[in-house]
Ligand binder design. Structure first.
Ligand SMILES: [Zn+2]
Length: 188
């Protein structure tokens, strides 16, 4: 949290909350000689307005912060790996309600059969695919948290708590384990 955020979001409302009654009481004491004379005269609607303003303040700061998170969250991290021979598609896995295509480095010379791919080499292709029509899924951050995944071809839509950049690494983990099991099951 940056200093400005802290001052605007936490410190300022707290100062207002504590300072306002103090100032009111002090002025009351100075003018009437009684600490509580002014406080007793405060009507319910004045207190209501005061509390409402503070609540709106907190909400405005929350919305601002959420909007900033959303604009930062939509920047993706792309895979840094670029194998010499390119990628070869070796299968797919279903996870988080969508389909993830799996790829592995083709290697040089270009004669790799999917059976010879090591589990550790597997990567989930991004973006994931629609489970109905295999079109690439579109991701958009949602205001109240999480992400909305949608297919522009068939109208498939789902909400997911985490971004597909994070889910891709989970899909990879599952796929690698499945790959290991399959490799152990098949004769060498
Ligand atoms: Zn679709």
């Amino acid at each position: 949290m940056r200093v400005v955020d802290f001052l605007l979001g936490v410190a300022a409302p707290l100062i207002v909350i504590f300072l306002t009654p103090t100032v009111l009481a002090a002025r009351s004491k100075l003018q009437t000689g009684n600490w509580l004379a002014w406080t007793e005269r405060l009507s319910l609607s004045t207190v209501g307005w005061f509390v409402g303003t503070i609540a709106l303040w907190f909400m405005a700061v929350g919305v601002r912060r959420r909007l900033r998170c959303m604009s930062e969250g939509s920047v993706g991290i792309s895979s840094a790996r670029a194998p010499l021979g390119g990628w070869v598609e070796v299968g797919a896995v279903s996870y988080a309600g969508v389909k993830w295509r799996l790829r592995a480095p083709r290697g040089v010379p270009y004669s790799v059969r999917p059976a010879s791919v090591e589990a550790a080499e597997l990567e989930a292709d991004l973006p994931p695919r629609c489970p109905r029509c295999e079109t690439e899924v579109e991701e958009n951050p949602r205001f109240w948290g999480g992400y909305s995944w949608s297919c522009i071809r068939c109208g498939f839509r789902k909400h997911n708590r985490d971004s597909y950049y994070l889910e891709a690494s989970r899909a990879e983990r599952l796929a690698r384990r499945g790959w290991e099991e399959a490799a152990r099951g098949s004769p060498p």
